[in-house]
Write a protein that binds this ligand. Structure first.
Ligand code: HDE
Length: 706
């Protein structure tokens, strides 16, 4: 750890606010100890409750006021603390922001990931954009990078945000559907607003179904500006790349997980951090010199456009690690208040009309959500940098400003606090001129080229998923006119895309279509093609289910578990009953969970171990058969050894399997007849390799119903 570690300082701030609830005595809010909190004070055991029971009244009153308004968007989220460290000082040429340029400084961070449309209690695995908001507690003040896991947004001008959000949120007359874009109002909006199309392509893609928050890219979306010590500006786009790569769930899995574990992504983040497997991202920047502003075929100020990495490569800047879960969800994750206008010297805005609106909206929303102007004093929001000014009073003032002077200029306070003359935030100097008009720039008008770029850049599998997603969503739309409108828009993006979606919906394919291949594809956009994103050399934190029953091969499971956990995976033994399982050849092993309590969709891969007696039980167990069939259908790696191979046929798996101790791999099914201590290393290696690749995309599963 570097000598200069502000993480400790942030930790002290948070410690000061902590209350230990697992020691000490129960008291009222006034610190008066109480010896009972289960019976209210009453006139006789069957009489009325007395008003003078201040403890009961206080307890109920506080309870009645527990709720604050949830965020109007991004209501559901999960957060964690960590730190950011730049790799070197090479950005000093471009920015005066020291947290980006001083390699020996660890800047503490708090990150909140979120879905957008759903309420606070909605499921994690919905089709949605994910928020990726980072608060850097820098020595120069708080900097918030309030981004998403898509690089583009649905609209170009912030004045349209309420319209867009009203369209995607549950419909106002019956508040249906929760956290889902598959309904008429959203698609009505999309069919009429082609500026949405690029972000809609991302929304229909696998990016909207992250396997884990730890496996998502993050983007600042807007073009921001870096400003160096001389006041020279450079346009910048921010990128977060996850060390574990970008990986997604299947849509069918998402729907099932919403029931089996609505907290899937939240739990995954929490568990990984508790297990010491700290998620890590690389911060990268795309830099564009000011004099190159107009060198692109799109406008840098248009948030529905990305800068293709083939035009401007992403330059790595530093890394962020999340290494601590919050102590209290409400106090920290719920009360954290991000704001795009929280900038520090060296980072500034551009005239992106979406960003300009955000700079108004975030402060405004915190005032209602957190009940007044002092929310920056809440521990999770407090800067590490000194805060000293003449602002005063308001709800929730927790500080005690001293002295009689709360204004400038003053002599009574010796003119203090003094105006700073170094390390100050100076707004970037830009000449601005123009007529007062309500009009969007003509340079914002092309709504089709970049959706086409995205579509062209997908692999076949990714493209199929996009077509299926459009078909799913539009199938839920009741109005034929809206569906036709969307197909007509898709036709402007790519003719084949429109035809494929229309055919699935039984609609007439559109006639003449947009020319295919408007632009060259960009492999950086495909999570299966980009080398940076398609990380396939690790199984760290993957969850692997082992299906067992009494009579199972205990030694075989132990050997396998040891080998897989050594590689960083989590192995769980599932059985028809909880508790101890007796081995067929002696020994015993504990089942972690009942098969009935969990579901195949919650795991990345499955192994069926040897044990003839166990197989007798499992072959008649619908949960076990369904579990394996579903994993197969979802293209997950499946391993089976010894008698365990028998269960595969029961599950309808037609892959070639081993008939001797040699390891056979077919369509991601890895088998060997060996067991116990003879389980070959090759089996574990082949299985781990398949898990590292996540899915077996070329496996044909059309006939498997699970
Ligand atoms: Fe937000 N957005 N937003 N947004 N946004 C909010 O702020 C808003 C936009 C984003 O974990 C709200 O504190 C407007 C783009 C994230 O707490 C609100 C516009 C991007 C989060 C708000 C946008 C985002 C928010 C709701 C269009 C990606 C969650 C509660 C001009 C770059 C932060 C709150 C967290 C939250 C307004 C567009 C990301 C209402 C007006 C583009 C990650 O202020």
């Amino acid at each position: 750890m570097p000598a200069n570690d502000p993480s400790d300082a942030k930790q002290h701030q948070l410690d000061d606010a902590r209350v230990e609830r697992d020691s000490g005595f129960l008291t009222t809010q006034q610190g008066v100890r109480v010896d009972h909190t289960d019976n209210s004070l009453r006139a006789g055991p069957r009489g009325p409750t007395l008003l003078e029971d201040f403890h009961a009244r206080e307890k109920l009153t506080h309870f009645d006021h527990e709720r604050i308004p949830e965020r109007v968007v991004h209501a559901r989220g999960a957060g964690a603390y960590g730190y950011f460290e730049p790799y070197d000082d090479s950005l000093a040429e471009y920015t005066a922001a020291r947290f980006l340029t001083e390699p020996d400084t660890r800047t503490p961070v708090f990150v909140r990931f979120s879905t957008v449309a759903g309420s606070r209690g909605s499921a994690d695995t919905v089709r949605d954009v994910r928020g990726f908001a980072t608060k850097f507690y820098t020595a120069q003040g708080n900097y918030d990078l309030v981004g998403n896991n898509f690089p583009v947004f649905f609209i170009q001008d912030g004045i349209k945000f309420p319209d867009f959000v009203h369209a995607v949120k549950p419909e106002p007359h019956n508040e249906i559907p929760q956290a889902a874009s598959a309904h008429d109002t959203l698609w009505d909006f999309v069919s009429l607003q082609p500026e949405t199309l690029h972000a809609i392509m991302w929304l229909m893609s696998d990016r909207a179904l992250p396997r884990s928050y730890r496996m998502m890219q993050g983007f600042g979306v807007h073009t921001f500006r870096l400003v160096n010590a001389e006041g020279v500006g450079t346009f910048v786009k921010f990128h977060w790349k996850p060390k574990l790569g970008v990986h997604s769930l299947l849509w069918e899995e998402c729907q099932r997980i919403s029931g089996a574990d609505p907290d899937f992504n939240r739990r995954d983040l929490w568990n990984a951090i508790e297990a010491g497997e700290f998620p890590e991202w690389e911060l990268g920047v795309q830099l564009v010199p000011e004099d190159k502003e107009f060198d692109f075929e799109f406008d840098l100020l248009d948030a529905t456009k990305l800068i293709p990495e083939d035009l401007v490569p992403v330059r790595p800047v530093g890394k962020m690690v999340l290494d601590r879960n919050p102590d209290n969800f409400f106090a920290e994750t719920e009360q954290v208040a991000f704001h795009t206008a929280n900038v520090v010297p060296g980072i500034d805005f551009t005239n992106d009309p979406l960003l300009q609106a955000r700079n108004f909206s975030y402060l405004d929303t915190q005032l209602i959500r957190l009940g007044g102007p002092n929310f920056a004093q809440i521990p999770v929001n407090r800067p590490l940098a000194d805060v000293r000014n003449h602002q005063q009073d308001g709800y929730g003032q927790h500080r005690i400003p001293k002295g009689r002077v709360a204004y400038r200029e003053n002599t009574l306070g010796a003119g203090c606090p003094a105006l700073a003359n170094e390390d100050v935030f100076e707004h970037y100097t830009q000449s601005v001129e123009g007529e007062r008009i309500r009009r969007r720039s003509d340079t914002f008008k092309d709504h089709y080229t970049q959706p086409n770029l995205f579509w062209q850049s997908m692999t076949e599998v990714e493209g199929e998923h996009i077509v299926d997603a459009f078909a799913f969503e539009l199938d839920k739309v009741e109005s034929a006119e809206i569906k036709e409108g969307v197909i007509a828009r898709l036709n402007m993006v790519d003719g084949q895309l429109a035809i494929r979606v229309a055919l699935q919906l039984g609609m007439a394919p559109p006639g003449s279509s947009a020319p295919a291949g408007l632009v060259d594809p960009s492999s950086a956009l495909s999570q299966l093609e980009s080398e940076d994103l398609h990380v396939t050399d690790t199984i760290v934190t993957r969850t692997i289910a082992v299906i067992a029953a009494d009579g199972v091969d205990v030694r075989g499971i132990e050997n396998l578990r040891e080998a897989l956990t050594e590689r960083g995976a989590t192995v769980e033994i599932l059985a028809p009953t909880a508790g101890k399982l007796h081995g067929g050849q002696g020994g015993s092993i504990d089942a972690d969970r009942r098969l009935q309590t969990t579901a195949s969709v919650l795991y990345d891969a499955v192994v069926v171990p040897c044990g003839p007696d166990a197989m007798e039980v499992l072959s008649d167990n619908g949960f076990a058969i369904h579990f394996v069939a579903e994993a197969y259908r979802h293209k997950k790696p499946i391993g089976a050894f010894g008698a365990g191979i028998k269960l595969l046929a029961k599950a309808g798996i037609t892959a070639k399997v081993a008939d001797d101790a040699d390891v056979v791999t077919d369509a991601g099914v890895i088998t060997t007849t060996a067991a116990e201590d003879t389980l070959p290393d090759d089996f574990v290696t082949a299985f781990a390799d398949a898990v590292a690749h996540h899915r077996v995309w070329d496996r044909d599963t059309t006939s498997i119903s699970a």
